[in-house]
Structure formats: C-alpha cells, structure tokens
Design a protein around this ligand. Structure first.
Ligand code: GDP
Length: 325
C-alpha cells in the first residue's frame, strides 16, 4: 500500500487529494493544526467513516514549525510521497499577515525540505506553488519558463518556496516538483475567495438569507479551474519518471463580472439589483492578466480539465442552496 503525507489536508485541495489517494488505495497521513475542528472541516465525511479514519487515514495534530514533531511523523509514517499544500493562501490577507504568510509558505517549505534531505530514502515531494509568483507579467499566457516577478507578500513567499524546491532538486538530488497552480475553485473553496463569495451570495439572496453583495474590483480577471482537476495534476506530477515543474491552468481568462453574471443567472436573479462595489475591498496591488499555458502538463502527464468555467460556477452556486427549488 503506497503511503502519502499531506500538509494542509483539511483545505479544499487537501480534502480532494485525500479522496483521490484513498481511491487509489493509498494510506494517507495528514498534518492538522492542534486546534483543528475536524467535525466541521472538508474532511468531516472521512473523519466520521469508521472504515477509513485511523485505518487508512491518519491525522497528526502538530505544527509544521515543530521540526522534532514533524521528524517523528515522517520517520514513523514513512510516506513515499509528500504533498505540501499548507500555507496562508489568501492573497488579500497576505498584506496584513505578511510575516506569518512568509513564515508558513516560505520558511515552512524550506524546513520540510531540510527534513526530507536528511532521510535515507527521501519521499517524492510536491509543492503547491502559485500563479502569484508572476505578479504582473509582460507576457501571456505564462509557462514554466516565465520569470518570477511577484507583487504581493504571498507571491514573494511562493516565489522563494518555488525557487528553493528547484535548488533542493538540483543540489541534493531530491525528487521535488513544483506545481504552478492557477486559481482553482470548487464547492469546498473558502468563503473569502471571490468565486465562492459570489456563488454563496447568489444562493443566499435567492433564499432570502442575504440582501446584497459587496465586492472590490469586478473587472479583475483570473484563470479559474476546477480544484478536482488540479489535485489530479499533483498526483500525476509525482508519478512522472523525472522530477519536474508543471503548470496547471485552463489557459482562459474570465472576469469577476462574468462570475457574477453566471452565478445570479443560475438562480434566476438579476445581478444589477444586488451587487455593489466598495473601494475598501480594492487591493493595494493586484496581479493582472495571469493566464497559464498547461501544454507541458497536457503533453507529458496527459492532464486535462473536466469542467468548463460556466459549469463550475453554476455547480458552486447550486451547491450553496440550502432548500430544494
Ligand atoms: P486570488 O487570485 O488568490 O487573490 O483570489 P481571490 O478569489 O481572492 O481574488 C480574485 C480576484 O477577485 C482579485 O483580483 C480580487 O481583487 C478580486 N475581487 C474583487 N472583489 C473581491 C472580493 O470581494 N473578495 C475577494 N477575495 N476578491 C475580490
């Protein structure tokens, strides 16, 4: 039975990756924060499944910063694959939580690599990097060779982590890969990300639970994919014969405005009556024209996406409905 260790296992990606690996007969170990409320997390269905929890899925409450504790978990679980997904991943918040964002995303990655480097047989290592490393790129679509020019604290932390993964791959011979992930969404996306904020608001307004929706820059554009496709990409990257970096993206740009229109149309509402903007929600800096070229992953890993943007936004909106309509 192959064994995997996931940091950030309770997040959107961690929970989908756990399901994928359990389906593939892995034993899955996850790092969770000591005070994590698992009953309310994205893993609650697995946590309450007696055939799985503590049989094929093991959760270790610890802090990534605790080297000794991490060392014990890694040497006891002996994973053959490590997926490093943990971090403070909200870009807007990273302007306020600069130090903890960098501590978790930059130093957290380095500490994990240091630990793996000391093992006799280091596991394969996947780092969830981000399109934020490109900032405001001059070229589009970006690919694995586009220079890093981050413009947000989160982007800076991720640029460091991505570079240090490459350094450990080259100099210490670790099987370490970066997945450069563009925004990816699902019904499990955190509520402070714009797609989920809009989709949940449209559903709540439909059901009379909310009156309006206040947003920042609705002209902002992103390359939004489906999280379930991106975790499949992570697994494929570690099955590849050689450690390489791969970009996971859709190659399509859509605006926040388009998300609004699809979400409100999904519940038969006219968005003009409910959506407002507030300058307070504008960001000090916001990357522009981040769109990725997934050709390398498509060709070398046979990675493809399974949903369209419209299908995904519609699914997220309908998943937000509490009543049957
Ligand atoms: P990010 O790309 O990781 O920052 O993902 P987000 O979903 O947080 O933001 C995507 C884009 O939506 C950014 O350009 C934001 O500036 C823009 N945006 C506009 N209004 C909002 C809002 O109310 N909340 C969030 N989170 N983003 C917003």
């Amino acid at each position: 039975m192959p064994r995997a260790l996931i940091t950030g296992i309770t997040g959107q990606d961690g929970s989908y990756l756990t399901e994928l690996l359990l389906d593939k007969s892995y034993e899955v170990h996850g790092i969770v924060r000591p005070n994590s409320l698992l009953e309310h997390s994205n893993l609650k269905h697995l946590y309450h499944a007696p055939a799985i929890y503590n049989r094929r899925l093991f959760l270790h409450p610890t802090s990534l910063e605790d080297y000794g504790a991490m060392w014990r978990i890694v040497t006891e679980a002996e994973p053959s694959e490590v997926y490093h997904l943990a971090g403070q991943t909200h870009v807007g918040l990273s302007f306020e939580l600069v130090e903890s964002t960098c501590e978790l995303s930059a130093m957290g990655t380095l500490r994990l690599l240091e630990l793996l480097r000391d093992l006799k047989v280091p596991p394969r290592f996947f780092h969830a990097s981000s399109s934020e490393i490109f900032g405001k790129p001059e070229t589009g679509p970006q690919d694995e060779n586009t220079p890093f020019r981050p413009i947000t604290p989160y982007g800076c932390a991720k640029a460091f982590a991505t570079n240090i993964v490459s350094v450990y791959r080259r100099t210490f011979n670790l099987f370490a890969c970066n997945g450069i992930l563009y925004n990816h969404e699902s019904p499990r996306r955190g509520e402070n990300f714009v797609t989920q904020k809009i989709c949940l608001a449209a559903a709540a307004i439909k059901e009379g639970r909310q009156n309006d929706l206040v947003l920042g820059n609705t002209a902002s554009e992103r390359d939004w994919g489906d999280a379930r496709d991106y975790v499949r990409g992570m697994w494929l990257a570690l099955q590849h014969p050689t450690p390489e970096d791969f970009m996971f993206a859709t190659g399509e740009l859509h605006s926040v405005q388009e998300v609004i229109e699809i979400a409100f149309a999904a519940v038969n509402l006219d968005w003009r009556q409910y959506v407002k903007t507030d300058a307070k929600l504008l960001r000090p800096e916001d990357p522009a024209r981040l769109v990725g070229n997934p050709s390398k992953a498509t060709e070398k890993l046979r990675w493809t996406r399974s949903t369209t943007f419209k299908q995904l936004m519609t699914e997220m909106t309908l998943a937000g409905l509490k009543e049957k309509h």
